[in-house]
Design a protein around this ligand. Sequence first.
Ligand SMILES: *Cc1c(COP(=O)(O)O)cnc(C)c1O
Length: 341
Amino acid sequence: MEKKNIDWGNLGFGYVQTDYRYVSDFKDGSWDEGRLTKDANVVINECAGVLQYAQTVFEGMKAYTTEDGRIVTFRPDLNAERMENSAKRLEMPVFPKDRFVQAVIDTVKANAAYVPPYGSGATLYIRPYMFGSNPVIGVKPADEYQFRVFTTPVGPYFKGGIKPLTICVSDFDRAAPHGTGHIKAGLNYAMSLHAIMEAHRNGYDENMYLDAATRTKVEETGGANFLFITKDNKVVTPKSGSILPSITRRSLVYVAEHYLGLEVEEREVYFDEVKDFAECGLCGTAAVISPVGKIVNHGQEICFPSGMDEMGPVTRKLYDTLTGIQMGRIEAPEGWIQEIK
Ligand SMILES: *Cc1c(COP(=O)(O)O)cnc(C)c1O
């Protein structure tokens, strides 16, 4: 297969249209057989449920080329499962898990020419999503839905080397207790846009959100979970019903325990203890781990000993091990790597 003529190392994180996408329609209570199409446009009624009442959920994952030249994805079954939970919370039909995984495989395979080569740092980002497509004006769930998967090649997250982030404690809340913070829905992002733009205007890379009820506990950022490292090398990650269960974070916890022999605590983390941690990182599909160098809370700075130039040593080990597993340099736990062939 001939790769597309793309300058992989200089790709940003933007939409680049690829040749094929997957579509399946839900109508009269069932999903159709689904198909790949070259048509990148979605045509829906002006009153579609997604446009009026934001009935939409999504996933984000990656395909990449391993050291030995295979095209793989990472734990797509967990994305399928998470989308199932997201759909149920928004009264949407579930797209069956095995069909989700197959749709991802079929879409990546059809766009194999866009999967960046090993070593480029670039990857093929995969976006499965689902939305209410028929007209809905009274507030209720749609009757018809579309499940789609598209792909777009994206560049290395950190161009020119990893750079620790400066984040600020947001005065806005991301998710309410008993709300929708634990599902991957566009609605959680729509309301975070103002908060992230404010953070950027004030010179910060990201927002740290606190729990909405007491504003004393660490939740997550707009799109990544927190991992902290204590001074005695324990991994600590916040536990809360309104955090989105990051697959990267869950995988890093496993790597910490089973590959690196580190102790892990998943528990409530009070903002007051953050100043005592040695390292801090943000976990998500996009960057795997982004190191955090500094957290600012209304002018008060917490500077981690790892500094503003490099990842802390434990964060680095976690990062190297997980990316090693993903790229086929380190043996993966059973079922983590889905080969596309
Ligand atoms: C997608 C997402 C994450 C990261 O999840 P991964 O499965 O690791 O990519 C974290 N927080 C939020 C709010 C998200 O939407």
